[in-house]
Design a protein around this ligand. Structure first.
Ligand SMILES: Cc1cn([C@H]2C[C@H](O)[C@@H](COP(=O)(O)OP(=O)(O)OP(=O)(O)O)O2)c(=O)[nH]c1=O
Length: 182
């Protein structure tokens, strides 16, 4: 059985493009990352931790997929905003610039751990304070890395992307399909 170790409804929807049958068991881990892990490797590190946590707790006969998505700019990672102020700060930083969205994925199965990082470059239009505030008022930023959702009203902030769109939404379906199904 394939297990998706994620609470994200978007990942569940996207995994249907690859797998007909799977079950969802969210992996409740501590999302702290040790200092010796390179910043841009943080999502992959957490993806491995999420997948292993489920695999090693009663699912060694299954294939477990774990993922984590982060937004990277100026050498740091932007995760989910803690509050509206935090979201405003992140969107102000992203305004008018390019950033990377990195999704780390891990597949645990048959006593093997296979992990990778997929990178998509996203460029934002210049945003006014008013635009940022009205976007935050939609509530959309609050559960998303970097405080935006490219699949929603956040699409209006985006000037262009280079790479896999679905990687930004949280699951790099094409690469994951190749890793899973060869
Ligand atoms: C940048 C961006 C992120 N996101 C989402 C993808 C992820 O769900 C979320 C980042 O949080 P994650 O910690 O990667 O995932 P999660 O907490 O939603 O689920 P779980 O840990 O159980 O797997 O941000 C979008 O939906 N759209 C976007 O454009």
């Amino acid at each position: 059985m394939i297990i998706l170790a994620s609470a994200s409804p978007r990942r569940q929807e996207l995994l249907k493009l690859i797998a007909e049958n799977f079950i969802v068991i969210p992996s409740d881990i501590d999302e702290g990352v040790p200092n010796n892990i390179e910043t841009e490797k943080s999502p992959e590190y957490l993806a491995v931790k999420k997948a292993k946590h489920i695999y090693e707790n009663g699912h060694r006969n299954d294939v477990v997929i774990g993922c984590d998505t982060g937004v990277f700019i100026d050498g740091k990672m932007l995760g989910k905003p803690k509050n509206k102020e935090d979201a405003k700060q992140m969107l102000t930083e992203l305004s008018g610039r390019k950033h990377k969205v990195i999704t780390g994925c891990c597949i645990c199965g048959n006593s093997k751990v296979n992990s990778f990082s997929q990178v998509t470059e996203v460029e934002f239009y210049e945003l006014t304070e008013e635009e940022i505030e009205s976007y935050i008022a939609t509530g959309e930023p609050m559960d998303k890395a970097g405080s935006y959702g490219i699949q929603g009203k956040g699409s209006l902030l985006v000037k262009g992307i280079v790479g896999d769109y679905f990687n930004v939404v949280g699951l790099p379906v094409a690469r994951l399909n190749k890793e899973l199904n060869g």
